[in-house]
Design a protein around this ligand. Structure first.
Ligand SMILES: C[S@@+](CC[C@H](N)C(=O)[O-])C[C@H]1O[C@@H](n2cnc3c(N)ncnc32)[C@H](O)[C@@H]1O
Length: 265
C-alpha cells in the first residue's frame, strides 16, 4: 500500500494568542516491512516455546507461531488452518479481562510466556491491563509485541471507531484507537523497560522486553493513569510523542545477528 505523506505546515489557530501549530502526519515513518512479516522473522529466529495472542480475529498472526499457543478473542472468525504444527493451541472466545479473571497462562502453557502479541481492544486502558496481565506471567527476556501504536495521524487514533475525526483522516479506513498512549505511559512509569518502536507498516509494532513480573508500579498508579488517558494525551502530546521517539527500521530485524542485538529467548 503506498501512502503519500502530506504535511500541513504552519496552520494558525485564531485563539487570540495566534498560537502556531504544526499539524503533521507521520505516515512516512511507518513504511517498513508489514507487521506480520516482522513477527514471522522474530518467530523464525527466536523460536519461542510459548505464545499468547490477544485479539486473533481470522488467525492471520496466530498462524505464524508454531509453538504452544493461547489465543483470546471474543469473536473469532477463523476459516483456515491456524493450528499448523503447534503442539497445543488453546482458544478462549471471551474478552481478555474475562480470561485473566479465570485462567492462568502459566498453568495452560506449563511455564512463563515467551512471546505475546497484543492486538485486542484498541483502547489504551484495555491495552494497559493486557500488558500488566501478561508481564505478570512472563520472564525478564520475554517479548511483548504491541500492534497499532504508531498511527500516522492523530485522527485515526480517536477512541471511537468510525468517529467524525477518523472519517476526516487521510486514511479513514484505518482505526488504531488510542493505544499509542501506552508508550508515553510506560516511558514515564516504567523507565526500566526496553521499548523498541519498529516502523512496521501500516501502523507500527512496539517490541518490549526487560520485563519484571514482580513490578507493581503500573498497578499502584492504575487509577491516575487511566484518568489521564482521557483528559491528557491530546493532539499536542501526540505530535510531541512522535517527535520524541526514535523508530527502528524493520530492516534492522532481518538476520539472526540483527535480532540478537535486541532479543534472546
Ligand atoms: C485487529 S483484530 C486482530 C487481528 C490479528 N491479530 C491479526 O493480526 O491478524 C482485533 C481483534 O481484537 C478482538 N477484541 C476486541 N475486544 C477484545 C477484548 N476485550 N479482548 C480480546 N480481544 C478483543 C476483536 O474481536 C478482533 O478480532
Amino acid at each position: 500500500m503506498s501512502v503519500s505523506c502530506v504535511r500541513k505546515h504552519n496552520a494558525v489557530r485564531s485563539d487570540g494568542s495566534q498560537a502556531r501549530r504544526f499539524l503533521m502526519n507521520f505516515y512516512d515513518r511507518v513504511q517498513g516491512i508489514y507487521y506480520t512479516e516482522v513477527l514471522r522473522r522474530l518467530n523464525d529466529v527466536l523460536s519461542p516455546t510459548n505464545y499468547v495472542e490477544i485479539g486473533s480475529r481470522t488467525g492471520g498472526s496466530l498462524e505464524i507461531f508454531g509453538c504452544n499457543s493461547v489465543a483470546i478473542d471474543p469473536t473469532f472468525s477463523i476459516s483456515t488452518n491456524v493450528i499448523g504444527k503447534k503442539p497445543t493451541c488453546h482458544f478462549f472466545q471471551m474478552t481478555s479481562d474475562k480470561f485473566f479473571e479465570k485462567y492462568s497462562l502459566n498453568a495452560l502453557l506449563g511455564g512463563p510466556v515467551d512471546f505475546a502479541f497484543l492486538d485486542g481492544m484498541h483502547l489504551a486502558e484495555f491495552l494497559l491491563r493486557d500488558f500488566m496481565n501478561i508481564e505478570r506471567q512472563a520472564k525478564a527476556n520475554s517479548i511483548i509485541a504491541i500492534h497499532d501504536c504508531l498511527p500516522g495521524e492523530y485522527n485515526i487514533s480517536a477512541r471511537q471507531e468510525g468517529s467524525e475525526s477518523q472519517r476526516s483522516a487521510t486514511h479513514p479506513e484505518w482505526w488504531t484507537g488510542d493505544v499509542w498512549k501506552i508508550i508515553p505511559i510506560l516511558q514515564k512509569y516504567r523507565p526500566d523497560l526496553h521499548i523498541i518502536p519498529v516502523d512496521a507498516a501500516p501502523t507500527g509494532l512496539i517490541l518490549i522486553t526487560n520485563l519484571n513480573p514482580e513490578n507493581t508500579t503500573l498497578k499502584t498508579h492504575y487509577s491516575e493513569i487511566t484518568r489521564n488517558i482521557v483528559s491528557k494525551y491530546k493532539e499536542e502530546e501526540f505530535i510531541e510523542f512522535w517527535r520524541s521517539i526514535s523508530v527502528v527500521s524493520a530492516n534492522k530485524l532481518v538476520s539472526m545477528e540483527d535480532i540478537y542485538e535486541y532479543f534472546w529467548l
